[in-house]
Design a binder for this molecule. Structure first.
Ligand SMILES: C[S@@+](CC[C@H](N)C(=O)[O-])C[C@H]1O[C@@H](n2cnc3c(N)ncnc32)[C@H](O)[C@@H]1O
Length: 220
């Protein structure tokens, strides 16, 4: 009788390795991520970071980059953080999620880059987090490096979220982790674009490893 092929072992994420000071810095950083979701992201990054570079789309003021960057530092890895730093639709002056402190008084335009730099400097993570200032579609068109982890938290329109998955998802290594933020299966809870990306990833054969709040972690 042929022995049954064992199921692949489910990836169990390691426990968080963040100091109380780093956790406080992450909590205090401007941004849109509850701590429980950030800690899940951090644990996923701990599992991935030694295997190769990680990349996030949507650095904003550096909150998620602290969670990811602390894991990169712990594992001698690196995080590339892609953002044009001009904000998403909902961050623009006059919109619901606009923080006036992130508007450049000189130009009247949103500019999260100085905040991002200050956050990473204060967390002593500049060695492990590299900012790429540009539009994700343009960066992905030139990207050639395999990724151990991809975190999608950029533009939340269908077009932007799909383009981010299509552009960078193909660089996710076998065994690599895909984290998606703001996944809301119920439209009453939020926009559907990240959820549609999540469904597309499942359809592409990735499987879910962990979920907390609106954060989903899948493995290729
Ligand atoms: C929801 S915020 C990211 C929040 C961040 N991850 C945090 O932890 O606070 C989305 C970010 O994506 C950026 N963004 C939106 N569309 C983009 C695009 N096409 N290319 C690059 N960045 C983009 C915006 O500038 C904004 O900073």
């Amino acid at each position: 009788m042929v022995a049954p092929v064992p199921e692949p072992t489910p990836l169990s994420l390691p426990p968080a390795l963040m100091s109380a000071a780093d956790r406080e810095r992450a909590r205090d950083a401007r941004g849109f991520m509850p701590e429980a979701e950030g800690l899940l992201l951090h644990r996923a990054a701990l599992a991935a970071a030694a295997r190769g570079p990680m990349l996030e789309i949507g650095g904003y003021c550096g909150k998620s980059a602290i969670y990811l960057g602390c894991a990169a530092r712990e594992r001698d890895g690196v995080l590339f953080s892609v953002d044009h730093h001009r904000g998403s639709e909902e961050n623009q002056p006059g919109q619901l999620y606009c923080d006036p402190e992130v508007v450049d008084p000189r130009s009247g335009r949103l500019d999260s880059l100085p905040h991002f730099r200050r956050t990473l400097e204060a967390a002593a993570l500049e060695e492990w987090v590299i900012a790429i200032v540009g539009t994700s579609t343009l960066v992905s068109a030139h990207w050639r490096t395999a990724l151990s982890l991809l975190f999608i938290d950029g533009g939340h329109t269908e077009e932007a979220a799909e383009a981010d998955y299509a552009g960078f998802g193909r660089h996710l290594d076998s065994g690599g982790l895909l984290a998606i933020h703001d996944v809301f299966p119920d439209p009453a809870d939020g926009g559907q674009a990240p959820y549609h990306v999540y469904l597309r990833a499942l359809d592409d054969g990735l499987h879910e490893v962990a979920a907390t709040g609106s954060m989903r972690v899948l493995r290729r």
